[in-house]
Structure formats: C-alpha cells, structure tokens
Design a binder for this molecule. Structure first.
Ligand code: SIN
Length: 494
C-alpha cells in the first residue's frame, strides 16, 4: 500500500550530515519494513564509522557559532520547529504508523507529545540562569554560569520514533549544544522527517546531524562517538544491557551520560481503590503502544479482597480492544515491532502458564492479521518465579497477581533491580504518603496511569538508569556549571 503524504518530500531516503542530505560513504543502504505486513516500503543509507566521523566533525565545527547564538534566537528556531511539527502532524503520524505500527490516532498523539518537548525547551532556552554566590571573603566576586556541554550523541529507540528523539534534540539545541544522532534501525524515517523540519525551521548546517545505520552497522557508528573526546555527552533510551555497555565504553572519554533504560513497573491496586478508575488507568498505561513502553506496568498486584472484581473489569476492557494494522481506522492496538518481539511475548506467556498462571483473555498470536500481531492478554495467578515478573515483556500482556497486605505489596513491587515507573491506586491519604516514599522508582502514578509529560522529570533509578528528560531538569543534562572567581576587587566589593 503506498504511503501517501501531503508533503511527499517528508519521506526521505538520505541521511543528514553537515547540512547535506547524502548517501553513506560506503554507498550501502538497508530496507525499512512495515511491521504490520513485514514488507519493505523504503530504504535509507547504512552508515559506517566514516559517516559517524563526518557527523562528529560537522557537529564540532558548528559548535562555536551555535553556542554563541543568543538564547533568544535558539529559542525562536525551536519555536518554529514546534510549529512545523504541529502543522505536519498527520504526515508525521503516517510515517510513525507505517514504520512502527501504532494506529494513526495514537501516532498523531505521539507527534503532539514530541512537539510538547520542543515547545517546552524553546521556552527553557532563555532561562538557563547562572547564580551569584555571596563571597565568603572581601574583595571577590563569585558567580557560576551554565554552559552547553558541547557535542552530544543521541541514540534513540523504535517505540516512540518522534517523541524520544525530540526530547533529546530539543534540550540539547536549547542549551547551545550541537548533535550527532542515530535513530533506531527499524524506525529512521520519522527522525529524518523531524530533521528536515528542523532544517526548515532554521537549524544551521552541522548543528544537527543524523545518521541511519542497520543493526549490523549500529555498533560501528556508536563506537566512533564513544571514543571521540569531542563528544562530551551521550544520551540514550533503550535496554539496560546496552546502557551498561555505553556507560562502560564512554568511561575512557568521561562523557556526561543520560540513560533511560528498562523498567519493570509494578501497578498496585488496594482494597479501597476505585476499581473502575484503576482498570481505566491500567488500560491507558499497559496497552499504550501495544505494551511497548518502558513505563508500562509489567506486574499488576491486586489486593486479594478486590482481585476478582478488578480482574473482571480488566478482562471486559481488554476483550473489547480492537487489534489491527494502522490502516484500520478502528484499530486500538497495532502489531509488535518484529518477530523477535512476538517470540518474547509468546515465551513469557508459555513460561507463565507452565508455572501455573491462567489465561483470562487473549494469550495467542493473531496470524490472520500478520506475524507480528498478538492478542491483548490477561494472565492471573502470576508469581515472582515467572519470566514475565523478572523481565519487561514489552507487549500487550497484563500479568496479575494477588497480595494480602501493604507490606507484601511494597516488598514485591520493589523486588526488582529496575526502578523506572510505579503506579498505585488507593483512596487512603496516609497510604499515599507511605507508598510515595517506599516505592523505589523515578516516577510514580498515584491514582493515575498516564504520567508522561514534558513538564515533568522523566527518568529512573537503580538499573533503569539516570538523568532526567523534560521539565526544568531536562536542560541541565546538556549543560555544565562554570564557576567564576574574580579577585582584587578591593574592600567592600562583591
Ligand atoms: C519510553 O517508553 O521509553 C518512553 C515512554 C514515555 O515517554 O511515556
């Protein structure tokens, strides 16, 4: 099926280095597949180390002029980029749907989410204040200014092809940094379109460079950036093992790091919760992007007194979900990204059932729709021995277990190396205070399933990484502080 865009030029087939849309130096290309049909519908350059090097050279050369540009001017460019993203939301949504699989309405929603970060950091660009420090001795003036860290390398995942890269590029540009970026190999087209719109908004040549690379070449590209001392910051969203590798390998050049890594979010429903609100919150959190988000509830823990009533509500909602390709306007859940993703979900369900879990809804692939579709699924009698309790399933499986009291719920919720998001539903204000302190996660939804916002600090603790995206803290990740101590000012001067 042809991909029809109002602006056909937003379907790009080159990558972008130093203001040029170009082929990879080696001339290789690789295909991009539609996960719904598993058919190639586009191709992009397959970069190697030489392209990665050219991108850093360009970003390094562009840095002095970009960081010297008044913050007001950088802010205006970002504001124009935001306007263009909003103007072309339908086309960008179509690109996301085609390469990533999510339904069009959800994909357009992702564009709005991406744009919200650009709008936010357009405003933050002009608020990178320093500080005046009361001098402890006479005759000195002590201040601290904030400076851009320099060239940033951004490596982004496939699950949100627009939002994840926007929330790295926007603060970096706002801070006065230049970038080299590599989108996920499965979903580079949205990122390329975003860059084309950034160019149209006035981002100068060399400031933002984006190279596309296949799974086979990704490491060669990233290795160049890891080794290059001129790259002063690495920002990555993806799995914990890859994040650990990047942290290790960037140690020799001591880069500043932001790592938004895997999660294993608990979702607790207490006996005093509003069960309909909890079921609605779980649907929003769990089935967004067919369960392929780092903040998805992975373990649903329900108090034994309300377990059956909650599961009944959940099963009714899950059974009513419509699965289909993005071309189906009624579809609420698309395909998973590829066969490996489906195999993992199948393995988790098989393992859970073999260890005593029961399937209350779904449980199987949907080959009639295509090899990457899986039924939205509810499992009960899940326990901590099962693979899906220990690892992110990253698919449309709601895995439910019971607890007897609050202490058990908190202990089980925290019994994971991960600490990205956690959720709980209760109407007891004291319990809200206790759990807000006790749960080990960077983000907590309290009677709320949709927690993501450009205005809030997004990020984890423990094996879910470090660094925050969005909010006023998002800009700090791309800046360092420089202390200025001026002496010889004479008595009474500071
Ligand atoms: C993620 O899955 O990594 C990001 C989800 C979000 O921003 O809400």
């Amino acid at each position: 099926m042809p991909l029809t865009l109002q602006r056909p030029d937003l379907l790009l087939s080159s990558h972008y280095i130093d203001g040029h849309w170009c082929e990879a130096v080696g001339g290789s290309r690789y295909d991009i597949e539609d996960p719904a049909r598993e058919q190639a519908f586009a191709s992009v350059p397959d970069a190697d180390a030489r392209d990665a090097q050219a991108a850093v050279d360009a970003a390094h050369a562009a840095l002095p002029a970009w960081r010297a540009l008044p913050a007001r001017d950088r802010s205006r460019i970002l504001a124009r980029w935001n306007t263009l993203l909003l103007e072309h939301r339908q086309d960008l949504g179509r690109l996301i749907s085609r390469e990533q699989g999510k339904p069009l309405a959800e994909a357009v929603g992702e564009v709005l989410y991406a744009a919200s970060y650009v709008e936010w950091f357009a405003a933050e660009a002009v608020r990178a204040y320093g500080e005046v420090i009361p001098a402890p001795v006479d005759g000195r003036r002590m201040t601290a200014v904030r400076e851009p860290v320099g060239v940033v390398a951004a490596i982004t995942p496939w699950n949100f092809p627009a939002a994840m890269i926007a929330r790295k590029i926007a603060p970096a540009l706002a801070a006065g940094c230049t970038l080299v970026a590599k989108p996920a190999e499965d979903t580079p087209l949205t990122a390329l379109a975003l860059v084309a719109l950034a160019e149209e908004a006035g981002v100068p040549a060399g400031v933002l460079n984006l190279v596309t690379a296949s799974r086979a070449n990704a490491a060669a590209v990233v290795d160049v950036w890891l080794r290059d001392m001129r790259v002063r910051k690495l920002t990555f969203t993806g799995s914990t093992p890859v994040g650990q590798h990047l942290a290790r390998e960037s140690a020799t050049t001591l880069k500043k790091l932001s790592l938004e890594l895997g999660g294993n979010a608990p979702f607790l429903v207490f006996e005093d919760a509003d069960l309909d609100a909890a079921a609605d919150g779980l649907m929003a959190a769990k089935f967004r992007n067919a369960g392929q988000t780092c903040v998805c509830p992975n373990r649903i823990l329900v108090h034994e007194a309300v377990h059956d009533a909650f599961v009944e509500r959940l099963v009714a909602r899950v059974s009513a979900l419509r699965v289909g390709p993005a071309s189906d306007p009624q579809a609420q859940l698309g395909p998973l990204i590829n066969r490996r993703a489906v195999e993992k979900v199948e393995r988790h369900v098989r393992d859970a059932v073999a260890k005593g879990a029961r399937i209350m809804a779904g449980g199987s692939p949907l080959p009639a729709l295509g090899a990457n579709f899986f039924q939205p699924t509810v499992l009960v009698d899940v326990d901590g021995r099962m693979e899906l309790s220990c690892e992110e399933t990253f698919g449309p499986v709601a895995a439910v277990s019971r607890f007897a009291d609050e202490a058990q719920a908190v202990a089980e919720a925290n019994a994971t190396p991960y600490g990205l998001a956690a959720y709980f539903y209760t109407r007891d204000v004291r319990r809200i205070a206790r759990l807000s302190a006790a749960l080990e996660a960077g983000m907590i939804g309290i009677n709320e399933g949709a927690i993501s916002s450009e205005a809030a600090p997004f990020g984890g603790i423990k094996a879910s990484g470090y660094g925050r995206e969005g909010s006023r803290h998002g800009l700090d990740e791309y800046m360092h502080s420089k202390y200025l101590c001026q002496g010889e000012l004479g008595p009474g001067q500071d």
